[in-house]
Design a protein around this ligand. Structure first.
Ligand code: PLP
Length: 449
């Protein structure tokens, strides 16, 4: 392909007709963006031939990188056999059935059922309907309110954005009136003068206060990511989750773990819930379930809810044309097979992740670094202009946006959220590749200081 000519015309067409998600339209109209055309292992290439180490696993989804030929072949084979048929009205297909069983096998023991969607957003919408139906069926129809957290990201459909706690998105969705928010356990942002575990308990106990305010008989569920990802890789203090779990158990509130980012190895175990000892009733998954190669999401429905749904009979009036799409499920099945057969989650957790986290700690003393936080294969580096007051970088320095741009220009794909640099490299990185990532990040920090 004549890259120079094609890129220019493609970019122009893109600017003329393509409305991009989460993209500033003025900025895009003026500068356009990169058009990606190829990927290999942990590297992505744009149409002008620039090579970047993907420190974000796509959008936190290509945990096994870009060269998993057997997933591609599984999808191709399935497309030839049965490219589509629906799962409504008593119909099913083999990959959907087999993926349901494979998911039951890798999730905690109380999960024996799955509801498929195409995305994490739709899965979180599904969670709301499941929670409502569960309490209707057990004769507690007043329990309809959902508690979520500020700065959470649960997707961008109207319901998922209402669950989310990022104010711009929440406003756009005009927040559903049955969703309420409590604070996030962001120690660096909100509690750094306090002992982290005391802070964790205090923030967890906001859940009790909110339940009391709304009335226990009205609250159906609490939803949270084990580690808030898009919000800035907010690592909860150790005390946080046990206290939240205790409150949900004590107060008859369903606990929904949104594992869309944490699931499938990101935090060191298969699910973030296992890393933090959470026992959710419903678990959202998407992204890495197909290694990002096909759109697929879903809800793992725990026995507490599934038993009631099934015993109650009748129809759960919910579903998507592509729920359990055969080609997407074939990708999921092969992804799970690779994860199991290669022990990649365990290898990443015991070898690569400790190296990643240890090397990141080298930047703790960097003049513009306020905090380095991480768990397993994801991390955030919070940028400040004053370490002791934690004052953020002055906007005129460009701050984290500038730092991210320098990293991008230097061949490293990382993200910026607020004042933090965010990284979630593929689990298949080796130590040398992590070293490249760390060195490129260091160069971007130096250029920003
Ligand atoms: N939940 C979490 C925790 C996410 O990070 C995301 C996406 O980043 C979603 C839900 C939404 O998933 P999707 O973009 O597949 O709708």
């Amino acid at each position: 392909m004549n890259t120079a000519v094609d890129t220019a015309s493609l970019r122009k067409l893109d600017q003329s007709h393509h409305l991009h998600p989460f993209t500033d339209f003025h900025d895009y109209a003026e500068h356009g963006g990169r058009i990606f055309s190829k990927a290999e292992h942990i590297y992505i290439y744009d149409s002008e031939g620039h090579k970047m180490l993907d420190g974000m696993s796509g959008l936190w989804c290509c945990n096994l990188g870009y060269s998993q030929q057997s997933i591609i072949e599984a999808v191709y084979h399935q497309m030839q056999e049965l490219p589509y048929y629906n799962n409504f009205f008593n119909c099913s297909n083999q990959p959907a059935v087999e993926l349901a069983k494979a998911l039951v096998d890798v999730t905690p023991a109380n999960f024996n059922h799955v509801f498929f969607t195409n995305s994490g957003s739709e899965a979180n919408d599904t969670n709301i309907k499941l929670a409502h139906r569960y309490f209707d069926l057990i004769g507690k129809p007043s329990k309809k309110l959902i508690i979520s957290r500020k700065n959470a990201y649960h997707g961008s459909t109207v319901a998922a954005a209402s669950l989310g706690g990022m104010s711009a998105m929440h406003k756009q969705a005009r927040g559903l009136d049955y969703v309420h928010h409590i604070n996030q356990p962001h120690w660096f942002e909100e509690g750094a003068e306090e002992d982290p575990n005391a802070f964790g308990i205090r923030v967890a106990q906001e859940l009790i206060a909110k339940i009391d305010e709304l009335g226990e008989d009205n609250v159906a569920a609490f939803i949270a990511e084990p580690v808030q990802g898009a919000g800035g890789v907010i690592i909860p203090p150790d005390s946080y989750w046990p206290e939240v779990q205790r409150i949900c158990d004590e107060r008859d509130i369903l606990l929904i773990a949104d594992e869309v980012i944490c699931g499938f190895g990101r935090t060191g175990k298969w699910f973030g819930s296992e890393t933090y000892g959470i026992k959710p009733d419903l678990m959202t998954f998407a992204k890495a379930v197909t290694n990002g190669y096909m759109p697929l999401g879903g809800v793992m429905v725990g026995d507490r809810v599934a038993d009631v749904l099934l015993a109650g009979g009748g129809e759960f009036a919910h579903g998507l044309t592509y729920s359990g799409h055969p080609a997407a499920c074939a990708a999921g099945l092969e992804t799970l097979r690779i994860l199991k057969d290669t022990n990649i989650i365990e290898t990443a957790a015991s070898d690569v992740a400790p190296h990643f986290q240890a090397r990141l700690q080298e930047y703790v003393d960097h003049p513009i670094v306020g905090q380095v936080r991480g768990k397993g294969m994801f991390a955030a580096v919070e940028l400040v202009s004053d370490k002791s007051s934690r004052e953020r970088l002055a906007p005129e320095s460009g701050g984290a946006v500038y730092c991210r741009n320098v990293a991008n220009e230097n061949g490293l794909m990382v993200r910026q959220t607020g004042d933090a640099m965010i990284m979630a490299p593929p689990l298949v990185c080796n130590r040398e590749e992590i070293d490249i990532l760390i060195d490129k990040l260091g160069a971007a920090l130096d250029a920003t200081a």
